[in-house]
Every structure is written in structure tokens, then in C-alpha cells.
Design a protein around this ligand. Structure first.
Ligand code: 6PG
Length: 242
């Protein structure tokens, strides 16, 4: 269960013109959350998502902006590939963010997925323990997955990190934070662009979809940023929903 035991979780949704505006607005929200957390607790702990939509956001964070020395960066998921493989989320994040801003390297907590899914999941779960994050960033897959929690996975509500072996998005072997860790956050930011995401977003917002994106946002203060393409409604575009 989330640390927000009694408070009702807040939900906010904004629709922006295009992917560029979504990335800019998402970067501004991350900066604001960082400032707020650092002012209150002296630290900002963020979980970063993989994928192209989040990458565009990380690139927008200004190098002279937030107080980088106080950031603790975690990863929502990682692909089981060698550390220097171009498809690693850690490589993408290094190029888009952590390699160009002065976050101390010992505060960037990569998932050691090169060890293999089981060992890496155990190791990352031990590192995370009961950390309460300030912000978890989520991308969304066309099938409603987030991190490497896919609709066909059985989701254990108490899992901190899980080994994934048959992901439909390549590569099949991955490590993901589990439901417990992804919900153990003061806030979440979900970013989705493009019409291929519309169905998953609609199913989530209609409720009771059981999709991973819906489940990780349950009882969590969540902001959803969409572009107009991702926000198109079913009734106006029946052909997209066949
Ligand atoms: C990954 C992810 C994954 C991603 C979504 C959205 O490593 O593949 O963390 O959950 O965030 O699939 O990715 P896109 O923005 O590229 O569609």
C-alpha cells in the first residue's frame, strides 16, 4: 500500500498541443517537485522511466536548473543487456540527463541488469527497501504497460523489484520495480504522446482496466500529461479502436 494511507490521492490531467509541449511541461513539473522536496527534506528522489517520451523530457531539464547535488536517481526498469548496450535505459538516461548535469555518480542508482534478471531484481530490491520516492515518472506502452510491468504479468502488490522474462517489448528479459515500490511515492507523473497510446489511456481512465498503468497510479497523487493525439476520444475516432 502507498504511504498515503488516509489521504485521498489527487489526480490531474493536462492535454497539450504536441509531444514538444508535453516534454516541456513534464520537465517543469520535475523541476518544481525537485525544488519542493529539497526545500522540505533536503533531498529529491526520483524514479526515471525508459522509452522515447520520457527521454524527450529529460533533455529539457536545464543544466543550470535544479539543485542537482541533492538528487537521488533511481530507475523504474532496465533491460538485461550489457552495461554499454545502446538499448539500456541507463545509457539513454546518461545521454539525456545524468551525463550532462552534476548529479554525483554515487547518487545515480542503476539497475545491475547485466547480472541477469533474478540476481539484479534481488539486488535492486535490497537497495530500494522502503525508500519513499518524491516522484515516479511513467511512460505508457500501447498495451498499458509501464516500467516493465506488462498486462500479462501477474502483479504482486508487495513486490519491490521483479525479474521479467517474457516481455513483449524487446528485449524479453528485464528487471522492473514492482507495484509496491512504484506506489511508494509522494507523486507520479505519467507522460504519453501519439495516437497509439489512446486506447490504453482511455481504458485506464474508464477504470477497472487492471492495466499496469492503472494499478501503479492507484492511491498515488498523479499528474497525467498527454498530447492531443494521445487524448483523442473513442467516440470521435471509432476506427482507432477496432
Ligand atoms: C522501457 C520502459 C517502458 C516505456 C514505455 C513507453 O524501458 O521500455 O520503461 O515502460 O516507458 O514503453 O515508451 P515510449 O515512450 O518509447 O513509447
Amino acid at each position: 500500500m502507498s504511504h498515503q494511507t488516509e489521504m485521498r490521492a489527487k489526480f490531474a490531467q493536462r492535454v497539450l498541443a504536441d509531444a514538444e509541449e508535453v516534454a516541456q511541461a513534464a520537465a517543469e513539473i520535475i523541476e518544481a517537485k525537485a525544488r519542493q522536496a529539497i526545500a522540505r527534506r533536503g533531498r529529491f528522489s526520483i524514479v526515471l522511466a525508459g522509452g522515447r517520451t520520457p527521454e524527450a523530457t529529460y533533455k529539457k531539464l536545464p543544466a543550470d536548473g535544479p539543485q542537482w547535488h541533492a538528487w537521488e536517481v533511481y530507475f523504474g526498469d532496465e533491460r538485461c543487456l550489457p552495461r554499454d548496450h545502446p538499448d539500456r535505459n541507463s545509457r539513454m538516461v546518461a545521454a539525456a540527463l545524468t551525463g550532462r548535469v552534476p548529479i554525483p555518480s554515487n547518487q545515480v542508482h542503476e539497475i545491475p541488469a547485466e547480472m541477469g534478471a533474478d540476481s539484479a531484481a534481488l539486488k535492486y530490491a535490497a537497495l530500494i527497501g522502503s525508500v519513499v520516492f518524491d516522484l515516479v515518472v511513467h511512460g505508457v506502452g500501447e498495451d498499458g504497460h509501464t516500467a516493465s510491468l506488462f498486462p500479462q504479468c501477474v502483479l504482486d502488490p508487495d513486490a519491490v523489484a521483479v525479474a521479467v522474462r517474457d516481455a513483449p517489448k524487446p528485449p524479453p528479459e528485464r528487471v522492473s520495480l514492482g507495484l509496491h515500490a512504484l506506489r511508494n511515492t509522494r507523486s507520479a507523473l505519467v507522460i504519453a504522446t501519439g495516437s497509439r497510446k489512446t486506447r490504453a489511456i482511455e481504458a485506464w481512465l474508464e477504470g477497472h482496466s487492471g492495466l499496469p498503468i492503472e494499478r501503479v497510479c492507484q492511491d498515488v497523487n498523479c499528474t497525467l500529461l498527454l498530447d492531443t493525439a494521445a487524448a483523442e476520444v473513442k467516440s470521435r475516432h471509432p476506427d482507432k479502436n477496432k
